[in-house]
Each structure stands twice: as structure tokens, then as C-alpha cells.
Design a protein around this ligand. Structure first.
Ligand code: SAM
Ligand code: SF4
Length: 352
């Protein structure tokens, strides 16, 4: 693949993937992301000390006037595609809370050069939008599902929504989204007892399930390494029950290592950014709902695109600006190291 004109960072990585957050708002309160429920507080309280020097983030929603409009997002995507970006993932907060998200999907799907257009959602509102999203040209969909137990689901997400999410997953498969991916963040003492049942669910339903290590991106800044169940531990537990065959990576920049079950149904992925960082292959940029470009999930600085867009910058000026931003992409994250500094915003504001 030619890299001429592409965004290349100062470590030689060619950027191909843009994650676009549609909103920082959410209808869930996941205890690893926006832990604002009593259940989340009970889990964290007194269990482990807070991370030193990290005050909880006080969540303030972005005022609507600061959200990029669909026209602005479409323009940014068009420019990014011209700079070699191939994959667009719409996320949030909860992207389906953004009114008319399907209209944005339709606009982006029509941009020549968009090879992959995906969305990550908690699934609660997906069923009512599913057909419109499919018809608008959404290629792929990923759901978050951390528990198959109604009470535990509610404890984790703050919402009694398991039935709705399961129905959304079924409907996505019926509508032909393929593969349907499911993300599960594993937290010790919360849902690690469900690792095997989640894997079995993926096999039975022929889903691609990715277990994700808990990262220090929660708004409470209550993350501690002891809460992380490592990818290696998850794999060992699954191997004790199932014959798993390693799958070749479909993409060298993929964040997950993948395995298939012996009967060929379903697939398991393990995303282990904490215990096995993959920063050397990271080809991602993020655009927040309020128009800031982030070069890493853990960036402590953001690059203000919205003010440039609204000040009338030309496409040529924005192209040059993007090249300069790409050069500032961090070599790697420093999770677990003494110099680690939490990013100023939580995952829901950054766009996962
Ligand atoms: N609301 C949508 C959802 O939950 O799918 C999209 C946004 S959410 C921020 C995107 C992904 O980030 C989800 O799969 C979620 O599980 C993951 N996530 C959020 N906080 C995380 C954390 N602290 N560590 C690891 N993954 C996290
Ligand atoms: Fe949960 Fe996603 Fe909402 Fe965060 S943004 S609270 S992960 S549903």
C-alpha cells in the first residue's frame, strides 16, 4: 500500500484508522468508564486506595454548540481519507444518543475511499436504529456486553438493559452485519467469573467476542492494576475448557490476538493494552465530539481542530495541520509506570 501523502508519525507508523466520537453523553454508567452509580461506588469504596495524585473527573457534558456538526465531521473524514485514513469507527459516549446518527453514517459511507465504516455501541438503542444504519451503509457493528447475568449487567452498567442488548445483537446478525463483535471489559471481582460463560455465548451465537483489559480511563480514576485480569490469564482459563486455534491476524495494526473454537463457530479475541501493549503497531487517531484530535488514548494534550474549522481554515491548511499533529503521536503509553499521568478526560469523552 502506498504511503505517499499519508499521515506518518515520528516513529514511522502510518495512520489508517480514525475514531470519531459523536457525543460524550451516555445512557449507561459503566463502572469502568463513568462510575457514577451507587453500585460502582460500593465496588471502589474502601477496596483499594485511589491512584495517587488523581482527583476524580467531574463530568460536564459538552454544550451542543461545541459539538462538531455532521457537516464538520463529514469534512474532517473527507480530509482524513485524503490523508490515507481507511477505517472510520463511530463511537462516543453512546453514539446512538446523537440524533440522526444514521444520516451521518449515510454521508460518510458515500465518501470515496472509506474502506471500513464501523460503530461501537452499548446496544441499548440499537434495535430502533438498526435497519436505518444498515441501509445508510454501516459495514460493521461492535457491542459492549460485560455480563450475561441480568443483575450483574445492571451493577456494571447502571441500567437494567441486558434483554435489550441481547436483542440488538440478535438483530444485527439477522440484518447481515458480519462479523458482529462483542466487547467485554473484564474486572477482577466484578465479572471475571463470567469469562467462560461469555465465551460459550460467543461460540453458541457465532459471535466475535473480544475480552478487553481494564484500562485507567475511568472518570473516578479509581483504576488499580490489581483490578486488571490479564489477557494471558483469560486465555489460560478459556484453554482449560476449550480447544482454541490461533487465527492469523487480519491486520498487523489489530489490537487483538484471535482464536477460533474447534468447531469453527465464533471467535475469541484478547485485547491486552495493559499487560501486552501494542503501541508499536498503533495506527489510530481520535476525534472527540468537541472537535479535538487525540493521538493516543492516553494523550495528555489534545489538538484543537474545531477552532480551525470554524475560523475558516482551507483544506490545504488542514492537511498540513494534520501532518504536524501526526508527528506528535506518542511512542507508547506508560500505564503502570511511575511517570504515568491519567488523561484529563475519561473514556466516554475520548471516544473508545
Ligand atoms: N458507549 C459505547 C459502548 O460502550 O460500546 C461506545 C463508547 S465506549 C467508551 C467504547 C468501548 O470502550 C467499549 O467497548 C467499552 O467497553 C470500552 N471501555 C470503556 N472504558 C474502558 C476502560 N476503562 N478500559 C477498557 N475499555 C473501556
Ligand atoms: Fe459504558 Fe460506553 Fe457509556 Fe462508557 S460510553 S459508560 S463504556 S456505555
Amino acid at each position: 500500500m502506498s504511503t505517499a501523502g499519508s499521515l506518518v508519525d515520528s516513529h514511522g507508523r502510518v495512520l489508517r484508522d480514525l475514531r470519531v466520537s459523536l457525543t460524550d453523553r451516555c445512557n449507561f454508567r459503566c463502572l469502568y468508564c463513568l462510575p457514577e452509580t451507587e453500585a460502582a461506588q460500593n465496588f471502589y469504596r474502601g477496596r483499594w486506595a485511589r491512584m495517587p495524585d488523581s482527583a476524580p473527573i467531574v463530568q460536564q457534558w459538552t454544550p451542543r454548540s461545541n459539538l462538531l456538526t455532521f457537516e464538520e465531521i463529514e469534512r474532517v473524514v473527507r480530509i482524513a481519507i485524503g490523508l490515507g485514513i481507511k477505517k472510520i469507527r463511530l463511537t462516543g459516549g453512546e453514539p446512538l444518543l446523537r440524533q440522526g446518527a444514521e444520516h451521518l453514517v449515510a454521508r460518510i459511507a458515500k465518501i470515496p475511499g472509506v474502506e471500513d465504516l464501523a460503530m461501537t455501541t452499548n446496544g441499548f438503542l440499537f434495535a430502533e436504529k438498526a435497519r436505518a444504519l444498515r441501509e445508510a451503509g454501516l459495514h460493521r457493528i461492535s457491542f459492549s456486553l460485560d455480563s450475561l447475568d441480568r443483575d450483574n449487567f445492571k451493577k456494571i452498567t447502571g441500567r437494567d438493559g441486558l434483554a435489550e442488548v441481547l436483542e440488538s445483537i440478535r438483530l444485527a446478525q439477522e440484518l447481515g452485519f458480519a462479523p458482529v463483535k462483542v466487547n467485554a471489559v473484564v474486572i477482577r471481582g466484578i465479572n471475571d467469573h463470567e469469562i467462560e460463560s461469555l465465551a460459550e455465548f460467543a461460540r453458541e451465537r457465532n459471535l466475535s467476542l473480544r475480552f478487553i483489559e481494564f484500562m485507567p480511563l475511568d472518570s473516578a480514576r479509581a483504576w488499580l492494576k490489581e483490578m486488571v485480569v490479564s489477557g494471558a490469564d483469560i486465555l489460560q482459563r478459556l484453554r482449560a475448557r476449550n480447544e482454541l486455534k490461533p487465527l492469523a491476524s487480519d491486520n498487523p495494526s489489530s489490537t487483538s490476538k484471535r482464536w477460533s473454537f474447534a468447531d469453527g463457530r465464533g471467535e475469541i479475541g484478547i485485547i491486552a493494552p495493559v499487560s501486552e501493549p501494542f503501541c508499536g503497531h498503533c495506527n489510530r487517531l481520535r476525534l472527540t465530539a468537541d472537535g479535538k484530535v487525540r493521538t493516543c488514548l492516553f494523550s495528555v494534550t489534545e489538538h484543537d481542530l474545531r477552532s480551525r474549522l470554524r475560523a475558516g481554515a482551507s483544506d490545504a491548511e488542514l492537511n498540513e495541520w494534520f501532518h504536524g499533529v501526526a508527528l506528535q503521536k506518542e511512542a507508547r503509553h506508560h500505564i503502570g509506570e511511575p511517570e504515568f499521568v491519567s488523561p484529563p478526560r475519561s473514556m466516554s469523552c475520548i471516544g473508545g
